[in-house]
Design a protein around this ligand. Structure first.
Ligand code: T3D
Length: 259
């Protein structure tokens, strides 16, 4: 536990909450350090099988804390991005568990990037996305330039990044930025139900599926086909696959052990 970040583990689901509601969960150095550590420690804990990332109060995350940025001892932007933001994005992508962004309110700047880096995004009706970088004379960072065209296509990505319009939840659903929109008071319940479904799946297969989907974004069909064959070989040798087959045969729910 750190000021500004809460991690709650309930059975196989970890909920990571950005928790500075008075500043719309803007990201300070201590929060970034704690978030990276939390993600790395969740990745190493094989009892955790799904993760929810959300924000306390009315915002998901307003991006970099701009008051901190103006402090005389703030690290140069390039250093901050390379050493503090990028490792968080890499941790989100490489962790074995699927990560759901439960976007409860505004996601701006690097806050939007955090949501984009998650495997799944569901949003409250009050949620909105803002590529706020340009408004303060900055460029996309924390993976936004990579994720956005892949999520919504290059034309829409250019419009969002350059014009900087705010995308409300309904539009986010329409353009494929989120996969579901629910009333705000149902968001965490929905996120938990989704996390439970993911947690009931085979952990190794989930981790390998994550790998396959990420790799597919940068390779051609032949490489993807070969990659799938290799990953299927690994999954096929797992005890979870044997358990899945046994459960099917015995007409019961599988009990995956994660190996
Ligand atoms: O290290 C680096 O700098 C590199 C990394 C850069 C990546 C980035 O994330 S750049 C983008 C940074 N974020 C922004 O530019 C967004 C700034 N915030 C806003 O534009 C607005 O707050 C929102 C549109 C997100 C929400 O507007 P609204 O009207 O709903 O709320 P508000 O009144 O503006 O904010 C409420 C409080 O949160 C307010 O504090 P106060 O006056 O009540 O004491 C406001 O100052 C604070 N707050 C909001 N965003 C930030 C923040 N405090 C610090 N940093 C913020 N980013």
């Amino acid at each position: 536990m750190t000021d500004g970040l809460r991690v709650e583990i309930d059975g196989p689901v970890a909920t990571v909450t950005l928790d500075r509601p008075e500043a719309l969960n803007a990201l300070t150095v201590p929060v970034k350090v704690a978030l990276r550590k939390a993600l790395e420690s969740i990745d190493a804990d094989h009892s955790i099988r799904a993760v929810i990332l959300t924000g306390a109060g009315r915002a998901f995350c307003a991006g970099q804390d701009l008051a901190e940025r103006e402090q005389p001892d703030a690290a140069p932007l390039e250093v901050e991005v390379r050493e503090r933001y990028n490792p968080i994005i890499r941790a989100l992508r490489s962790m074995g568990q699927p990560v759901i962004a439960a976007v409860n309110g505004v996601a701006a700047g690097a806050g939007a990037s955090l949501a984009f880096a998650c495997d799944l995004r569901i949003a409250a009706e009050e949620a909105r996305f803002m590529l706020a970088f340009g408004r303060i004379g900055l460029v996309l960072d924390s993976g936004a330039s990579w994720f956005l065209p892949r999520l919504v296509g290059s034309a829409k990505a250019a419009e969002l990044a350059l014009v900087g319009d705010t995308v409300d939840a309904a539009e986010a659903l329409r353009i494929g930025l989120v996969s579901k929109v629910v009333p705000g008071d149902q968001l965490m319940e929905e996120a938990r139900a989704l996390a439970d479904t993911l947690a009931g799946g085979a952990p190794l297969a989930n981790a390998l599926t994550k790998q396959a989907l990420q790799r597919a974004m940068t390779i051609d069909l032949d490489e993807a086909l070969e990659g799938e064959a290799k990953l299927q070989g690994i999954a096929g040798r797992s005890a979870d696959h044997a358990e899945g087959l046994a459960a099917f045969r015995e007409k019961r729910r599988p009990r995956f052990g994660g190996n």
